[in-house]
Structure formats: C-alpha cells, structure tokens
Design a protein around this ligand. Structure first.
Ligand code: MF3
Ligand code: CO
Ligand code: CO
Length: 338
C-alpha cells in the first residue's frame, strides 16, 4: 500500500486533506513505545526526538556584580508589570538592551555549523552576556535551565541547548534575550545549517517575511489584531501553519507582559497600539499543522506532526509615525518610517 501523501484525501474518508486530518496522529503513532523509532520528516530526515535528543549540562552561573532580574535566584518573576507606555528614559533603556541582544544573536548565529552542539552555542552566548555585563534573561526564568533557546527542525520554540550536534541540513532558531540595566531586549532568528533543502529554505524565508509583514501592520491607533491578520495572510499563501499557543508579548522591565500578540487573526485582540509601547512579534510558522505537543522536559514545544517549524523575532517600539525595530541587525534598514 502506498503511503498517503499530505495533500491526498485522508484515508479515514472525512474528505479533508490528510495533512489536516489524521497525518499528525499517524506520525505520532509511528513513534514506538520507548520512542526509539521515528518516521523521517517531509525532507527525509529523522525528527530531533527521540532518535537524537541530547543531554543537558549543569546550569552556569552569572557573576554577582551583574544586575539580575528578580526571578534569577527564585525562578519566579515577582514584579508587577509596569505601565504599557514607556517614557523616553525607559525607551533609551530598551534601546540598549535590544542592541546588545542583537549583537549576541549575530555572534552566536555565526557559530552555527554542522557538528556544533547547541550546548556550545549556549555556552558562547552566556560568555558574551557576561562580557557585556548583562544577564541572559531565560536563565532560571520559571526554572528554564539555559541562557538561550535553540529550537531545531520540528522544535517550535523553547528548545533547551543540549549535547546534540547540529547536522548538515538542519534549521535552528536561536533566541536571545538579555537583561541590561533593568530592561529586557528579545530577538531570534532561524539559521540554516550547511546545505538545507529547498522546502525548508522556503519555510525560513516565508517566516521572516511573516515577521516583517507583521511589523508593517503596526501603527499608532491600530490594534494588536492587525499584526496577526498580516502574518496569517503570508503563511496561508503557502498553506503553512501559524502556531497559536505561543504569542508575542509586551516587554520592558519585565520579560513578558501585556499585550499578548497573536500571530494569527484573533478578532478579539483589539488592544490599541499607542506610541511608547514596546513588544515583540515572533511568528512561529510550520510546514504542516499549527498544533504542538511538549516534551517531558515541560519546555520543548514540537509540531504535532513533527514537520519543521521556523521563527523570527524582533522587539519593536510603536512611535508617533509608525514603528521602529529595536533589534535590527547592524546595516539593515528600518522596514517602516519612524
Ligand atoms: N525568548 C523567548 C521569547 O521570545 C522566551 C524564552 S523563555 C524561556 O519570548 F524561559 F524559555 F527562556
Ligand atoms: Co525570544
Ligand atoms: Co519573545
């Protein structure tokens, strides 16, 4: 019997395409009891789990002279979220944190290559943060064990750096957040590892486009839902899935605060965008279903069908005229007037 392909009608007779119906259940069922067998994904590679999951090294420390967020020792944020509109002084603080976050992200991304472990990327990021006198925000945030997130292939987000070496053909999202002088700056990008197949490259370029279309939809007086509407439009053209469970977020003195920024069109997301607000836009776009499952580490979110997922993230500032990207890579032009 030939295998049902994603765009074929489902074998169950529902009349729905296989990929929208039983495909992800079948793929999960293909993982046997102890999770040692896995179907290759659409580009013919085994998923990260369970075949190649690595082990996580012990937690690193940050020198006490570096200013720490309130959760650094106890694992739980305490501060109540500050006002959504920032003063010029706060905005200056955001600019600095965001500039350093981007610097670290670029340096770590440059180390991505076949054979490199995600753990070594984390160690490097940690060192770069310490050198710059900033705290890596994820470290002990709700108990998260590492300085950055590294999300490989079917991992959607919150991948924990481990001993697995990157393989030629992988894609990996590197997500860097730093806490600098009382402010968090947050950005991420998906990096190609060696020679990557065309479909995955398409996923990555479309995801980047989703982020930039989302940014262009931001305007003072507009609403949060404008962002998801713009993103969903781009993803839908390729029938890619837009992750719904993880959203962009307000950011500043606290890592995550209001507003929540869905990357799909949510009619109810009428929160008004006003000058002085800073938040992230960080679409996670999947080759297949938007649904996810979580590893038993309670962090790693993977696609339910084990097809690949990509993500890009910026921290942005709403201005009087439009929007300014605070985590822009050096040399890149602002996407909008600001
Ligand atoms: N940087 C991620 C974001 O974009 C959050 C990571 S939280 C962690 O919001 F605890 F997983 F690190
Ligand atoms: Co992030
Ligand atoms: Co974020």
């Amino acid at each position: 019997m030939t295998k049902t392909r994603p765009n074929d009608p489902c074998w169950c007779g529902s009349g729905t395409k296989y990929k929208r119906c039983h495909m992800h259940k079948d793929r999960l069922a293909a993982l046997d009891g102890d999770g040692t067998q896995a179907e290759p994904d659409a580009v013919g590679r085994p998923p990260v789990r369970p075949v190649q999951k690595g082990t996580v090294s012990p937690r690193r420390s940050v020198p006490p002279a570096i200013m720490r967020p309130d959760y650094a020792d106890i694992g739980k944020p305490q501060a109540k979220a500050p006002d959504a509109i920032k003063s010029p002084v706060q905005i200056a603080g955001m600019r600095k944190a965001c500039t350093i976050a981007r610097e670290v992200l670029e340096a770590v991304s440059a180390k991505v290559a076949p054979g490199v472990t995600t753990e070594s990327l984390d160690a490097y990021a940690h060192e770069l943060c310490v050198e710059r006198g900033v705290y890596p925000s994820p470290l002990n945030y709700f108990g998260y064990p590492k300085a950055i997130c590294t999300s490989v292939n079917e991992v959607i987000c919150h991948g924990i750096p481990d001993s697995r070496a990157l393989v030629d053909g992988d894609i990996v999202n590197v997500d860097v957040t730093v806490y600098c002088e009382g402010f968090h700056g947050d950005c991420s990008q998906t990096v190609l590892v060696g020679e990557v197949d065309e479909k995955s490259r398409k996923l990555v370029s479309v995801t980047r486009e989703c982020l930039y279309e989302g940014i262009k939809a931001v305007q003072p007086g507009g609403q949060v839902r404008d962002i998801g509407r713009a993103i969903e439009r781009v993803a839908a053209r390729q029938s890619f899935g837009v992750v719904r469970a993880f959203v962009g977020h307000g950011i500043g003195e606290t890592f995550h605060m209001e507003p929540q920024v869905p990357h799909y069109y949510d009619h109810a997301a009428r929160f008004e965008l006003r000058p002085g607000m800073t938040f992230t836009i960080e679409p996670m776009i999947n080759m297949g279903t938007w649904r996810h499952t979580t590893w038993d580490d309670n962090w790693t979110a993977v696609t339910a069908d084990l097809l690949r997922s990509a993500q890009f993230e910026h921290t942005i500032l709403v201005t009087e005229r439009g929007v300014e990207v605070l985590t822009l890579p050096p040399g890149e032009a602002q996407p909008c007037d600001f």
